[in-house]
Design a protein around this ligand. Structure first.
Ligand SMILES: Nc1nc2c([nH]c(=O)n2[C@@H]2O[C@H](COP(=O)(O)OP(=O)(O)OP(=O)(O)O)[C@@H](O)[C@H]2O)c(=O)[nH]1
Ligand SMILES: [Mg+2]
Length: 317
């Protein structure tokens, strides 16, 4: 399937005819891969048949996410690619209504159930910074300022050793100063989440395994979790998280005792995941392409995306 983007990052959706599987719902254009056909060739053929457009520039077909989904009557494996370069003006060659929609408005349309992780993936960045351990309001302010300056759109604020009242105050100040355009995910207990005005909540693996049900988040809030193995991924699926972090892919200074899982383990984890996955642990911006090739959304990290040298905040754990 293709997530087709125009120059303003609007996304093309089409309405499925009433009589087919998932009829009447909106979809990303595409169709089934034929025998002896590559995914890229199938996508090019389907987009030509359904929309009358031709993909140009192969390198611009970027993998977004692969989802295996079980409907009551069939199982589908959706291999989603982003298409940014194409020739021709899309038209509904099969009479299907088309619409160009900004990412933020996709949630207003009804898609087949398998598509919801695609919409999460589209809202999520390729790079996800995680804050180093800060201990004071001033350090937290400096971090927020740095992330805004770098134009990150989503980051995690995490500081397990910070005095909790300071942490809560720091998060509230950060949310107030960065504005609504960006997202702050707080790594905290559910009780702490209720006391801060950050929208999103991240669970460590211990929290993930102990929670029986998805905590209630504020409207638009994304729930994420740390996973190190398939058992934790399973728990994350059951809780209905929007994305997960898989670690440690490589050896990392912040968690020296953990064994590196490696890139092939990341690939196997992504194949099993039904939500976007970030590679975490000893990875940086230069690893984004490698992570995407393994099926991941992108990379997450503390030291690779932090101004440690600039503002002198220790790494901490
Ligand atoms: N194209 C498309 N299919 C989707 C989406 N989400 C989703 O679950 N599917 C499922 O993936 C399957 C394949 O899609 P399709 O029906 O477009 O395949 P196709 O064009 O080859 O159909 P055809 O063989 O009847 O021509 C369908 O069962 C469909 O319900 C989506 O966003 N786009
Ligand atoms: Mg189709």
């Amino acid at each position: 399937m293709g997530v087709i983007k125009d120059a303003s990052d609007n996304i093309l959706i089409a309405k499925r005819p009433e009589h087919v599987h998932m009829g009447g719902r909106w979809e990303f254009p595409g169709g089934k891969v034929e025998r002896n056909e590559s995914v890229a060739a199938a996508l090019a053929r389907e987009l030509h048949e359904e929309l009358g457009i031709d993909i140009t520039g192969d390198s611009r077909i970027t993998p977004l996410i692969t989802i295996r989904h079980q409907y009551a009557d069939k199982t589908v494996l959706l291999d989603v690619r982003i298409v940014e370069q194409f020739g021709g003006e899309p038209t509904g060659k099969e009479g299907q209504p088309l619409r160009w929609v900004p990412v933020a408005s996709l949630q207003d349309y009804t898609f087949p159930d398998a598509n919801y992780p695609i919409i999460s993936a589209l809202q999520l960045p390729r790079i996800l910074p995680i804050s180093p351990a800060f201990l004071s309001l001033a350090d937290c302010d400096a971090l927020s300022e740095f992330y805004v300056q770098q134009r990150y759109t989503l980051w995690h604020m995490r500081s397990p050793n910070c005095e909790r009242e300071v942490f809560i105050k720091a998060i509230n100040r950060a949310v107030e100063s960065v504005g609504v355009e960006v997202g702050i995910t707080v790594n905290a207990s559910v009780a702490e989440y209720e006391r801060v005005n950050a929208l999103h909540l991240h669970l460590n693996s211990a929290q993930l395994l102990s929670l029986k049900a998805r905590p209630q988040l504020r409207s638009g809030g994304l729930l994420s979790a740390s996973c190190h193995n398939l058992e934790e991924l399973n728990a994350a699926h059951k809780l209905g998280v929007e994305y997960v972090l898989f670690s440690p892919v490589n050896a990392t200074a912040s968690h020296p005792s953990a064994n590196a899982a490696g890139w092939s383990a990341l690939q196997a984890f992504c194949a099993a995941a039904r939500v976007p996955v970030y590679a975490l642990g000893g990875v940086g911006e230069c690893d984004v392409g490698k992570a995407i090739a393994c099926g991941a959304q992108g990379v997450a990290g503390i030291s690779a995306f932090s101004p440690l040298a600039n503002i002198g905040i220790g790494q901490g754990v």
